[in-house]
Design a protein around this ligand. Sequence first.
Ligand SMILES: O=C(O)CCC(=O)C(=O)O
Length: 431
Amino acid sequence: MAEDKQASVFSLLQQLSIDEIHEVFEGFCDACLVRFESRVRDVTQKKLKESSPTSTVTKTPTNSVSWSSKVTPRASPLSVERNSSNGDTGSGMEFTLNDGLSLEIIGPEGMPDAQKERIRLSKVGRKKDFCHRERIDGRLINLVEGLELHTNVFNAEEQRKIVACVTSYQKLGQKNQLLARTYSEPRKWMRGKGRATIQFGCCYNYAADKNGNPPGILQEEEVDPMPPLLKNMIRRLVRWHILPPTCLPNSCIVNIYDDGDCIPPHIDHHDFVRPFCTVSFLTESNIVFGHNLKIVAPGEFSGPVSIPLPVGSVLILNGNGADVAKHCIPSVRGKRISITFPKMADDKLPHWYRPDRDLQGLKPLMSPVPAPRAPPTPSPPQPSHSPAALSNSSKNRTVSNNAGANLSKLSLDEFPALGGDNSSHRKHRKR
Ligand SMILES: O=C(O)CCC(=O)C(=O)O
């Protein structure tokens, strides 16, 4: 593409809002987006140098651009209020960060990236005190111990970008342009049957296949590598104390639900270590947990614990919640996408597997959680999966029960935001 053409694309783009830019990008595959982003970056750098010799453009490690210049962006419903003193428009979710998840190339003047990230991080809601006691094999246990729900992790703009990426891969899969087992679509012969899936990093065999392979990771079977955008999601999950760096996902399964699709009750295979997590997009739906989940109609299941999964939220599965309780997604009410990020057990890695250099050395941001009021002994900063980092709300300790009995409601409004004065501690079983 000639340089004047690039400049003209850029000036056209400048006239669009973020929403309109998303429209332009609709259907682009991830590779095209990355290429496009890098070309726009080249042009903006050149243009900036020409227009303002004093302005600077800094490349971040994630190849995003942070600006310190006189360029003023057009207002967009998703962009921050540029003139507010701390840039927080109330929710703080409007901040776009230079971590590779945002499409926006122009940031608010003056505010350091680190500050924007901390403001976004402080808006993440964390609920870690799920409780539903059941007697199992004679022992009364908390069946949902180990579950954590982190809300407001990905904002609307980031969700759109991730959904666009998934959609472009789905299109490639439908055109047989991905490795054979990367994309699969079920034969839908009745309501509630299946959903489309995209697997990156490893091929998971859901049920014994025609070659006699049992369920689990197929170590010989190659699938496509994880797209850069999904790796950026993992980076954020670690930086924001949602996943421990010791359990870095090296594979992912994207579930694409059409209206009415479901996932039947299951416990995730132990070829994947705990904890793992699932991120929700497009339509809020409930995830149902129980030792015994009942099929009440095709695609409809009931169980004692039902947790709403807001879009942009991350559910961590660990402990009894991952290993004793089964879980399922009953028929969804509208198109829904979820991305499950697990780490493969070391002895189950595909034979062709190589560690991803982009995901090495990730560290959580330092000390986002208020220190315990009276620590017994001085200790180094704790990762979120250690007891000291588990901050709980003193209220709202219940989840809803969709089987009817003992029904109590979980209110999403009451999720404590990180950084609030709500610390208390509980024992957390590490796996
Ligand atoms: O779609 C979801 O949120 C749940 C996915 C799930 O159950 C799984 O990946 O095991």
